[in-house]
Design a binder for this molecule. Structure first.
Ligand SMILES: [Zn+2]
Ligand SMILES: [Zn+2]
Length: 302
């Protein structure tokens, strides 16, 4: 809720005219409570994890031959029922854990100083803060994820997320309730360190969710714009982590590749990438290959 009765009152307080974006924000948010604005997050999350994976469901069902070469584990196909079951499980967890967590975390948002008023942040400010959020999340998620691959953590918690050895878009948020709670910490840490506007916070939660769906998509498209993001892991990178499963001591990072490189936990993946062309050569085209994927090992997942 904004402390101004009108746009002219807001302009008088700021000492300048409102920008177009600020006028839109004023018209939308002026009479809405801050709690209600914060709760938009729940709707955005719901829409994103329900809608964004749908093109991937279509691809999985249609099995278009010209796109199949971009599938990372091409011999693994899930039926519509299997994908819907995953979505249903995610939905249950959303209503039982994610939604209530969002509703209950509002005091934290107030405490760390996420603001909802005017002026709006500049595009550069939003970009810089989002970069910090991604870097902080990536680093902390790396260590928590690595810890969850230890015996007890894996057996009791992280095993659920690894049920999909060949991930699909709907499986991005598919996890044990405890993992959802634990991994909420890295998501909040960046905004807590560098608090910004609620619009930046919405964007952060939305982009992180879309990024997770991308890395669980099961497809590695060479034309993806994420190929231009330096050190971005992407679908092939995280798919390998799922493929190896419990024994995976490789590719723990959620977004970028540098943590695994620095701490030496990408050796299996790099060896795979290195050895694959040689295997292909040796087998005289008997090995399927596309987009650098690890398709020689797929029989394990069939
Ligand atoms: Zn894992
Ligand atoms: Zn995953």
């Amino acid at each position: 809720m904004l402390p101004y009765a009108s746009i002219s009152a807001a302009e008088a307080a700021l000492g300048r005219n409102l920008t177009f974006a600020e006028t839109v924000w004023f018209n939308y948010s002026a009479t809405k409570s801050n709690y209600f604005l914060y709760c938009h997050n729940i709707l955005f999350l719901f829409v994103i994890f329900s809608i964004v994976p749908l093109p991937l469901v279509f691809l999985e069902l249609k099995r278009l031959s010209f796109l199949n070469s971009y599938k990372i584990q091409p011999k693994v196909h899930l039926s519509l029922n299997e994908m819907l079951r995953c979505y249903k499980d995610v939905l249950v967890m959303f209503f039982l854990v994610v939604g209530p967590l969002q509703l209950a975390s509002y005091p934290t948002i107030q405490m760390i100083g996420i603001r909802m008023g005017l002026p709006l942040p500049s595009g550069w400010e939003i970009l810089a803060q989002l970069l910090v959020y991604f870097l902080v999340e990536d680093y902390t998620n790396y260590w928590i994820h690595r810890f969850l691959h230890n015996g007890w953590g894996y057996e009791k918690i992280h095993r659920v997320h690894h049920e999909y050895a060949a991930p699909i878009g709907f499986a991005a948020p598919y996890a044990h309730w405890a993992e959802i709670l634990i991994l909420g910490i890295p998501s909040f840490l960046g905004p807590a360190m560098v608090p910004g506007h609620i619009i930046t916070f919405w964007l952060w939660i939305a982009l992180r969710q879309i990024e997770a769906i991308d890395t669980h998509s099961g497809y590695d498209f060479p034309w993806s714009i994420t190929k231009y993001i330096p050190f971005y892991g992407g679908a092939e990178y995280h798919d390998y982590h799922h493929y190896v499963g419990r024994q995976s001591h490789s590719n723990f990072a959620s977004v970028f590749t540098y943590c695994d490189y620095i701490y030496g936990t990408d050796k299996g993946f790099r060896y795979q990438k290195k050895i694959l062309p040689k295997l292909k050569e040796d087998s005289g085209n008997g090995v399927e290959q596309s987009g650098g994927s690890y398709k020689t090992q797929q029989s394990k997942s069939d």
